[in-house]
Design a protein around this ligand. Sequence first.
Ligand code: FAD
Length: 449
Amino acid sequence: MVKKYDLVVIGTGTAGSITASKCKKAGWNVAIIDDRPFGGTCAQRGCDPKKVLTGVAELFDWNKRMNGKGIQDDARIDWQDVMAFKRTFTASIPEDTEEKFKKLGVDRYHGKAVFHSETVLKVGSEMLEGKCILIATGAEPVKMGIKGEENLVTSDDFLELDELPNHIVFIGGGFISFEFAHIAARAGSEVHILHRSEHALKHFDPDLVDLLMKRSKEVGIQIHLEVAVEGIEKLGSSFIVKGKQDDNEVEWETVLVVHGAGRQPALDMELETGNVERDKGGVIVNEYMQSVSNPHVYAAGDVASTDGPPLTPIATKESHVVAANLLKGNHLKARYPVVPSVVFTIPKLASVGMSEKQARESKLNVEVKYQDMSDWFTYRRTNEKVAACKIIIDRDNGIILGAHILSGEADELINYFALAIRFQIPIQELKEMPFAYPTAASDIGYMLK
Ligand SMILES: Cc1cc2nc3c(=O)[nH]c(=O)nc-3n(C[C@H](O)[C@H](O)[C@H](O)COP(=O)(O)OP(=O)(O)OC[C@H]3O[C@@H](n4cnc5c(N)ncnc54)[C@H](O)[C@@H]3O)c2cc1C
């Protein structure tokens, strides 16, 4: 028997949950499906648990930096304690999420959803028909197509490790590898990052990336560029990662190999049967987040092919747009004005707005202000060796076009620059703004000098 709903949502992460709740509260008959414990990536296997681990590693690093400056003795990270602490944030999420939907009256299904027709989904033996369907299935690690790929563990597995191995190889030089490598190195592992091309962290400012690479090496992270990984062999309890660098055969023997080579939309759900078109970025949607090929279907979050990067605030935004358009007809367009992003390394690397390259290629009258901030009070106080910023300004009107920061304070500072760019606050106004002192924000005036 086919169960009929106004809306069937696939995915209980950020993008699925918001639309499901809003439509249910508006009186719709709603079902939600997930093939993993309810609650999605960010809260269980992404942003939040990662930040808990990073927080501990930061504290370790700060302690070490202050040794002989008021702090005696080195701190030590107890991995099992850290993981136990992390689980205090993640363990209850499936039950809490399920309970929340139950209270709202949303029907819950566990299992993999696949299309049976344009409006019917199959979940195990159940058939669910939706007047509307939201695909909010997020992303998964890309298939690397190398020999021994099954020997790789994912970011999900890394965040569940009961013991931290003494040697780890991360494949790929993106944000996941760098963030995890900074945690693991502080916790005592020998860490290697193998990256395919000449530049790691390609979405971030190359000058600041160079500084971060230097700092990463100082804390023991070994970064190997232009390495084409070709296979992973199991050898007893270790693994041999094999590849080519400059036409030479290279290999690393290690205990754990982590996939950090990028993520792709999770769309293994017989889309053709549902007449849902996709491209490399995910489900192809119009500006109302509706599938261009099947009007019953909407998509949001990491799985939607849009201009928005695969980040939680974008999944949130798109999910609200979908809910508004479902409830009142297509009227709200998804827009992505200014999206800050942060790599949670130690120090952190953050970026918002135009890159220097984009700004120089534009026809604008661009000024690039680069400053080494390491001898500023904010960073001397915490004994940080590396702190720098690059602020890009339109000389004609004094409006900030882009901001790029590497420092322990970069994650909070970047939000001020996002506001300034979004609301076009002239730099003169920012310079005159009396921020509380001594705070990192009180440096903003100097960052604009
Ligand atoms: C390690 C890591 C760290 C991250 N750190 C940050 C960060 O610091 N800041 C930030 O903004 N973003 C971060 N992200 C990205 C962020 O987690 C995602 O952008 C966000 O979670 C996307 O939400 P979503 O709702 O689109 O997908 P998800 O939360 O992934 O939810 C999708 C759900 O759909 C389910 N599903 C998939 N296919 C099917 C199917 N066929 N049938 C049924 N269910 C299915 C999945 O099991 C999953 O539960 C990080 C991601 C990772 C992996």
